[in-house]
Every structure is written in structure tokens, then in C-alpha cells.
Design a protein around this ligand. Structure first.
Ligand SMILES: [Ca+2]
Length: 566
């Protein structure tokens, strides 16, 4: 289906380009000039021949993935470990004041390149995940998360990272949190009702869906060969899905947002009411997906390359470390949950090693957004700052919302323990991996993704790989990073209100100007607003931001990608 779409898209482009000269869609010799010299046939025949030959050539090119390179293609295994709501300051290797031991991630960092200026596309879950898996800014599609029983974030025509890897012979799996929607097959209108902030609100119950039918629109329809997980830990249905089927159908219902029979260790449960499997235990989610991941890795071998997208449900709320991790950090239950998360990541990395796969496997580690609002209180209670020195947290356009940890390890290729302060995004992972596996991206694929290979190779780069980046979560607030400058088109980057006590603790002052301007090199903590001092820069960045927001909605305006290989 994706191949058909690619061919159709190519034909559309081909058709569009004919009749034009010097089109910016395809950069090749004007066909009429070339063929007039070769073919002694009438002009109208030439035009038809040229069109047919060009169309056939395009189809062939589309079918063979534009393979041009004579270089041997590398097909390393690829593992993306994607943490949920983990802050930059939660990692001991990059926060000397952290109160949480993370020995496994410290070890990973020592064998990887560490990015100190890496960003997620959004400050919330679903949009960042979509951006990671498509190499595209989330705001081309939508700003908000996918809610419980929500529609897919994707369009069926979207080309994903697993799609392109599959075309290159990879086996692809997603284990853990999905949170990118499914096409639910409802048999009833929602028949449950609960009080949401005092207001009666309907919700789907177990009898409103047919659980025996496969559920489409999920990971299997986005390029993954295999899926195992519970969808989203705090959203119904509370049940295990393997591929596109429920292992056990939900027969009970969670009637409120509080989980009965178990205690949450910090913060709130944050559950949405809805169908659940009898005796569902949220404390089993993290251990179960960890075990499944280790098992899946054990089934792989060195003959077929694989791509594993391991999407953790932690340390996202509910903060529910297993009892054996209680007290293992000096940052309360969240710190303990972080320790468990680090432990799980250690098990996955160990599984790669045990199965002889470590050497030929690229491991990418990052988090989908900054820490949840409980991080404010944690800072005050324990002196552990999940957002590190950055301002704000999850949902914010402030740096703390999207400035995330990121590591990339590739044994014998990327220098272990190296660091890059280049401006990079998780959006860039798709183009980078496409180059590594010799997949030529078409212009509508991974439109916002930049190839990071020159950085990973440690090359002396004259101009930055990424000159600018848009920061955005919700529709009302946008930021543009360009070099050291950061412009925000609002008087605050805040979405999650910062408590006065926390402002006092960190000595933050509110700003009054209609927009904000920071020099991020001199002021990464976003304390000195230069909006009034540099009106010309503000004007320029505001105009560029508006231009990008308009231009980026046109897939034909994507620039060319290059393919240097590694
Ligand atoms: Ca998240």
C-alpha cells in the first residue's frame, strides 16, 4: 500500500513537472533538449515518448528505492529506547546534583555520543512520538495528544521510520507505550458516566466494543511487524494487546480516575475511566513489557537486521515503582521509579550483549518531553530538579518542556563518551537512519528531518546541520530557535503554572513584554529577556517563524537530502 502511494506520488510529481522548465521539483536536464538530439521523431511523438519514458523511469526508481550508491550498505540493528516524561536533570551523567543513581544510563552515555542540545518536537506525548516516527513536526498534523479511544495521529499515507526500515529488509517491533491512536470499532455509544471535575461525563465501557475483532490503525498499520503493550498506561482499555488483538478481553470497568485496590506512591493515578481486564494491575505493566522486550531480543539473530522501538511507560505518572525499588533514590518514589526505569534499560542493553548483538546495534535513547508538574514539589522537597537548570517543564514552550536527554551509541562508529552541543531534534533521527541504511527519502518523507551523520562522525562542520528549530506544544504559543537566539511569541513559555514557592526557590521573575528573546548560549536558564533591546532580531525571527509555519505545510517545499554514508 505504501509502495502504491509512493508510485502515485511520483507520478503526480512527474505530471506536475512536465510542461515546466527549471522546475524545483526534479533537478535534471530539460528532457526535450536531451532527447531532441537523439530521437529523429516528430515533436508531439517526442513529448509523448519523453513523458512515458520519464514516467516508467520514475516508477522503476520508486520501486528500487532510488538505489544509486555502489558502497556496501550497512544494516545495523536499531534500538530506540524512548522514556516517558523523563527530564534532562534526571540523569546522573548530566546532572551532578541529581539525587537519583542511574548506573545503566551512565554506562550507556560512556559508550555513546551525548547530545546536550537535543529537543523533542512537542512538550507532550503523542505529538513527540509522531514526530520521532515520521521525521515531521507534529504541528503539521495536530497539537494535542490522542485521548482514550481517540483516532490515529497518523494518516494512512504517512511514511514512517519502520516503513522505510522494512523496505530495507528490517524486522520491526514496537513494545510498550503506543499512544498514537487506533481505529476503534465501537458497537455502542459510550454507556458509562462519571463525574469529571463535578460534571457528568460519558465514557466507553467494556460492553461498547467487540474485543474479539482485531483493532486496526495501530502499530501494525504504521510499519511495525510486531506490537506488544497496553497502549497507554493511564488510558483505557486496561488490557494487553499483541499485534492487533487483545490477549484477554476487558470485561470490567474502571469507574473513575482512581485505581481501586492499589496505592499510588507519588502524585495522582491520572487514569481515565473505561474498560479493564479483570484484576488488571498497573504495577505489572513495566515488568511485563521489560520481560517481553528481553524475550523478543532473544529471538533475534545476526542474519536479519531488526528495528526495536521500546517505548517505556515510565517515569510518566502514575508513579508506581515496584516495591523492591522503594528507597533506592534520594528523590522519593519518582526517584525510585527512575531507578527502576534505569534498571529496565540495563536489562535490555544486557540482552543485546548476551545475544551477541551489541556490536552491530545502534542504540538511541531519549525522552518524549520534559518532566511532569510533580517535579516542582520534588525540587522543593528533595533538591532534585528533574528539569535540570532549565526553566519550566512538560507542556511548556520553556526549555524544560522539550530540551530532553539524548544518546546515540554505535560501537566502532561513534566515539564513546563524546559530546555534541549542536542543535538537534528527535525529528532528525529518521533522516539519519535513512542515510545509514541507504534509503533515499522522497520529498514528502521525513520532511523536517536533518541528517546528523556529520555530527555523529565527529566531522568539523562549517555550518550547523540544523540552523533553526520550531518549539511548540499547543496552538497558542510558539518559539523559534535560530543559532543562539530563541524567540517566543508570548510573554511566557508557560503552560503548566509554576508555583510561587518554586519561582522563589529558583529566583524566577515573570516578564511583561508581548514576546520574549533569549540568547541561549549566554542564558540557557531563560532569565534575561532581550526582547526590548533587539527589536530588529525579534522582527526577523517573528517573520521567519510565521514563514516556517506556512511553508512547512507544503510538502513540495522540502529541501533535498544528501547521502554521505558512514
Ligand atoms: Ca510524555
Amino acid at each position: 500500500m505504501k509502495n502504491t502511494f509512493r508510485i502515485v506520488f511520483f507520478l503526480m510529481l512527474t505530471t506536475t513537472s512536465f510542461g515546466q522548465t527549471n522546475t524545483n521539483i526534479f533537478q535534471y536536464t530539460e528532457p526535450e533538449t536531451l532527447w531532441t538530439k537523439v530521437l529523429p521523431i516528430p515533436l508531439f511523438m517526442k513529448k509523448i515518448s519523453i513523458s512515458l519514458i520519464a514516467i516508467l523511469a520514475m516508477i522503476l526508481i520508486g520501486c528500487t528505492d532510488n538505489k544509486k550508491s555502489e558502497e556496501p550498505v550497512t544494516t545495523p540493528n536499531i534500538v530506540i529506547i524512548y522514556a516517558d516524561d523523563m527530564g534532562y536533570g534526571d540523569l546522573a551523567y548530566q546532572n551532578p546534583n541529581s539525587k537519583i543513581p542511574t548506573p545503566n544510563l551512565d554506562k550507556l552515555a560512556a559508550s555513546a555520543m551525548r547530545f546536550t542540545n537535543a529537543h523533542s518536537s512537542s512538550g507532550i506525548c503523542s505529538p513527540s512520538r509522531y514526530a520521532l516516527l515520521t521525521g515531521t513536526y507534529h504541528w503539521r498534523r495536530q497539537h494535542n495528544i490522542v485521548n482514550s479511544f481517540g483516532e490515529p495521529f497518523f494518516k494512512d499515507s504517512d511514511v514512517t521510520l519502520p516503513d522505510i526500515l522494512k523496505e530495507k529488509g528490517y524486522k520491526t517491533a514496537c513494545i510498550g507505550k503506543w499512544h498514537l491512536g487506533w481505529k476503534w470499532d465501537f458497537i455502542n455509544e459510550p454507556s458509562g458516566e462519571y463525574l469529571k471535575r463535578g460534571k457528568p461525563t460519558k465514557f466507553y465501557t467494556a460492553k461498547d466494543l467487540d474485543w474479539d475483532r482485531p483493532v486496526s490503525g495501530g502499530p501494525l498499520d504504521r510499519g511495525f511487524d510486531y506490537y506488544f503493550g497496553d497502549g497507554t498506561i493511564n488510558f483505557p482499555p486496561y488490557a494487553w494487546v499483541e499485534n492487533d488483538k487483545f490477549i484477554q478481553p476487558p470485561t470490567d470497568n474502571l469507574e473513575s480516575n482512581i485505581y481501586p485496590g492499589f496505592k499510588v506512591k507519588e502524585g495522582s493515578w491520572e487514569f481515565r475511566p473505561g474498560p479493564m481486564v479483570k484484576n488488571w494491575n498497573p504495577y505489572e505493566v513495566l515488568p511485563t513489557i521489560s520481560k517481553k522486550t528481553v524475550q523478543w531480543i532473544g529471538e533475534q539473530n545476526s542474519n536479519t537486521p531488526f528495528f526495536l522501538y521500546f517505548a517505556l511507560p515510565s517515569p510518566h505518572a502514575p508513579i508506581i515503582p515496584n516495591d523492591e525499588f522503594d528507597g533506592t533514590s534520594d528523590a522519593g518514589p519518582y526517584g525510585d521509579f527512575m531507578v527502576q526505569t534505569d534498571h529496565v534499560i540495563g536489562r535490555v542493553l544486557e540482552a543485546l550483549k548476551q545475544n551477541g548483538l551489541e556490536e552491530n546495534t545502534i542504540v538511541i535513547f531519549s525522552s518524549d518531553n520534559g518532566p511532569e508538574k510533580y517535579a516542582f514539589q520534588r525540587g522543593e522537597n528533595y533538591g532534585h530538579f528533574s528539569m535540570g537548570d532549565f526553566r519550566g517543564l512538560k507542556r511548556d514552550v520553556w526549555e524544560g518542556g522539550h530540551h530532553v536527554p539524548m544518546l546515540i551509541k554505535w560501537p566502532n562508529r561513534i566515539k564513546g563518551g563524546s559530546e555534541s552541543n549542536a542543535l538537534v531534534s528527535q525529528i532528525d533521527i529518521m533522516a539519519t537512519l535513512a542515510h545509514i541504511v541507504d534509503y533515499d527519502l522522497l520529498r514528502h518523507e521525513a520532511q523536517d528531518s536533518h541528517n546528523l551523520l556529520p555530527i555523529l562522525k565527529g566531522e568539523n562542520i562549517e555550518s550547523p546541520v540544523r540552523k533553526e528549530m520550531v518549539h511548540n506544544t499547543y496552538e497558542n504559543k510558539w518559539g523559534l530557535r535560530q543559532g543562539d537566539w530563541l524567540y517566543i511569541n508570548s510573554s511566557s513559555g508557560e503552560h503548566s503554572p509554576m508555583p510561587e514557592s518554586f519561582k522563589k526557590l529558583r529566583n524566577y521573575k515573570d516578564f511583561k513584554s508581548e514576546g520574549l528573546l533569549f540568547n541561549m548560549k549566554n542564558d540557557p536558564e531563560q532569565r534575561i529577556n532581550l526582547f526590548a533591546e533587539y527589536p530588529e532580531i525579534v522582527k526577523e525571527l517573528n517573520s521567519e517563524l510565521n514563514k516556517l509555519r506556512t511553508l512547512h505545510n507544503d510538502p513540495l517545499l522540502k529541501k533535498d537530502t544528501t547521502k554521505p554514508g558512514l
